[in-house]
Design a protein around this ligand. Structure first.
Ligand code: SF4
Length: 513
């Protein structure tokens, strides 16, 4: 078995007799593991099977839930990954990671696997010597090469752990690069510190959005009639298209920033180094627009402060428009801010979404869901579930804050269907597993990392959020707006029916559902 494993067992070729314990010891047999000091069963257990069973117990659950010193299977990524997404939403922008090559590759691969598109990013490629002497020469040379080779219109610099640990001064380094002639003095470079040992990809995204808006801003005396629409971290190209569609139907004049809807969604057969993105001129002018709407109230705190306190713009920081009520609220907010009426076409779209909800309502009623993901996305999806009479029983956000937990719990408590439902900030998936052994939900909703738990508990999984690496095209189906409501009904409702068809007794196996 040892040889066989070393030769590679994966995906479709896993023999039936290979258990999860074998997968754990992928490269080494139990005999080989022997009594190596790092691998010893605690005395009270005589086999790995016993340990596995113990992890399902109430006693283990208490220990697991009180664990603080380590996260196991957290559902979040690090700050620079979010910064990369923000940078990719600006016209002609080359994202630049001041840090090590491996980190930069990880961020690119994460998005490439999720969107199935190439991702542009340059890096300082810091190695051991930079860790000792600092990354100044890396960034001076790196920016010079990036500018000369890739001919961007703007470079957005962010940091990985390494640069942050040694304390590289980004602003001074970029100025130095300009003084040394690596890049022209007037070339636009924005920068944000994105230390990965605090926060998550959501905070990194926020920092980069703020940095781009603040550092490119060209304030003028006169205000425009436009509004800014600023999305929170959102791994769907279709959400952006859907929101823009609603704004266009309303006849609103807006700047959508950042906008990566084209970056990750362009036709096969032609290569563009920098497809899409919010036009740079619009980004520079965002400061002069008459107001801003942030969609994702937990995602963009630093950006909100910039707009409110420094730009002194009227600001609405609201929930992501997921589900009927939050979409209504978005439409009404934009209408109030711009003075535009809500056209009949939007009322029609809303009516169709309500119709889809009503068609499926009886299948959702009372269904218990575990909802996992970024704070804003789970907030919106939970609201949708409550609107459908379902129960978001476990709402888990590893990168959720205490404030998020409080507001999430208040949302659950505001509905009769939220009874017994609970929000968990900072929880990881291994802890959720313990909860599920005490009370099993009916469905899992969240990123593809949940598939291991879906398999273990024999539950349907609806993939929502980031990452989704094991299914095609889901980023092309919006979960926001009225179209998003229809998609959520379709994804979740059909997953419930598929599961029911699979497990129901023969007598209930019917073509009519
Ligand atoms: S956590 Fe730090 S080391 Fe790991 S990928 Fe992120 S930036 Fe790199």
């Amino acid at each position: 078995m040892g040889e066989e494993k070393r030769n590679g067992i994966d995906s479709y070729n896993v023999p039936q007799e290979v258990s999860i314990y074998d997968m754990w010891s992928y490269n080494t047999t139990m005999e080989e593991l022997g009594d190596k000091p790092w691998w010893k069963l605690p005395e009270k257990f005589s086999s790995l099977e016993e340990v596995w069973e113990y992890t399902k117990s109430k006693e283990y659950k208490e220990k697991n839930l009180s664990r603080e010193a380590i996260k196991i299977d957290p559902e979040m990524a690090c700050q620079p990954l979010g910064a990369l997404l923000a940078a990719l939403g600006i016209e002609g922008t080359l994202p630049y990671c001041h840090g090590s090559q491996g980190c930069a590759s990880y961020f690119r691969f994460e998005f490439t696997r999720h969107f199935r598109e190439p991702v542009m990013e340059a890096a300082s490629s810091m190695t051991e010597d930079a860790a000792v002497f600092g990354g100044l020469s890396n960034i001076v040379e790196g920016l010079q090469n990036a500018y000369a080779l890739y001919k961007p219109k703007h470079i957005a610099v962010f940091t990985s752990c390494m640069a942050e640990v040694i304390g590289d001064d980004l602003k001074a380094f970029i100025n130095r690069a300009k003084q040394k002639g690596s890049i022209p003095e007037d070339f636009p470079i924005t920068y944000a510190n994105t230390p990965s040992f605090v926060g998550s990809h959501v905070e990194g995204y926020d920092s980069m959005v703020r940095a781009i808006l603040e550092q490119l801003a060209e304030p003028k005396e006169e205000k425009t009639e436009k509004i800014n629409v600023i999305p929170g971290f959102d791994p769907y190209t279709a959400n952006i298209k859907e929101i823009k569609k609603l704004l266009n139907i309303m006849g609103v004049d807006y700047t959508f920033v950042p906008d990566w809807s084209r970056t990750f969604d362009y036709p096969l057969g032609k290569f563009e180094m920098y497809p899409g993105g919010t036009p740079l001129e619009e980004v520079k002018n965002a400061v002069n627009n008459k107001g801003s709407v942030i969609i994702g109230k937990f995602s963009l705190k630093k950006t909100a402060k910039l707009i409110k306190n420094k730009w002194k713009q009227p600001l609405q920081a609201m929930e992501m428009p997921i589900g009927i009520e939050f979409t209504d609220r978005f439409i009404m907010t934009v209408s109030e801010m711009t003075g535009k009426d809500i056209p009949a076409e939007i009322e029609d779209m809303r009516g169709i979404a309500l119709d889809a909800m009503t068609d499926a309502y009886q299948r959702f009623h009372g269904v218990k869901a575990a909802v996992v993901g970024d704070p804003d996305i789970v907030y919106g999806v939970s609201k949708f579930l409550l609107e459908m009479g379902a129960k978001p029983y476990y709402v888990v956000s590893t990168n959720g804050t205490k404030k998020w937990q409080k507001e999430m719990q208040a949302l659950l408590d505001s509905s009769e269907f939220g009874k017994g439902c609970k929000a968990y900030a900072g929880m990881d998936l291994w802890q959720l597993r313990s909860l599920m052994y005490e009370e099993k939900p009916d469905i899992l909703i969240g990123p593809c990392d949940l598939k291991y738990y879906a398999r273990e508990f024999d539950l349907p999984l609806v993939r929502i959020g980031l990452p989704i690496m094991d299914r095609f095209n889901l980023h092309r189906y919006p979960i926001m707006g009225y179209e998003g409501v229809i998609n959520l009904v379709t994804f979740i409702g059909n997953a419930l029916l598929d599961h029911f068809d699979r497990i129901c007794p023969e007598v209930n196996f019917d073509k009519l559902r």
